[in-house]
Design a protein around this ligand. Sequence first.
Ligand code: ZN
Length: 231
Amino acid sequence: MKLPFEANPIIKTFNEIKQYFRKYETDVSQKRIKDFHQFSKILNDLGYEVAFDFVGSLNFGLVEEYSDVDFILYIACKEHFNSDCDKKGCLNFVQVKYLILETLIKEYVKKPYKTQVVDCINLIRLDNELNKTSSIDINLVFRFAFYRSICRGVNLKILKFYHEKLMTRNDLIEQMLPYVNDVFNLFLQTNSYSLSFEKYRSRLIDAGIKIPNSVIEKIKSYLYSNQSFNI
Ligand SMILES: [Zn+2]
């Protein structure tokens, strides 16, 4: 599938470096990807439409036994059309993340590991936004386009429908593309309180785009832990 932000050179470089690391993928990474395939099957059988996009070490295939798994959780929630689904207000999120996923990891995995949902996207809400011609929640659409451009997904057959729908919205992709560099600039700032960090952040906020701090921190810590990573 074509990536939503493929036209951006930094996205292209990021993915080339990712592919390079992926050639040396660890056995633990492959095992964890398999785990999540299994979890998504079980969750789907239980009636939850879920998919995952991995950030950090699993995205690069360099997971070690002690590494946490950080991911974007995609769920289909019919209850929240104006706000994000999170542990504070969404029962579907709580059920998938705490009741099921954590139980599955304890049950099925020999050496259980920690997981963190760094962002959650409600696919029904996303679909709704992608159907609109005005008052679109550009923040939600941007996050989806960004994750689909740089992350590694599991249960792509569920995401395919939304991914393809986004690709038909050239108007939105063109509108969002200029802000991709600002997001990368946020990752490259060592200090979240620096003036330039604030400059990029406020430019994004003015455009209606807010990447959760949890995502910024995860990607940033990964970029800095790899000395060979230069973008
Ligand atoms: Zn919800």
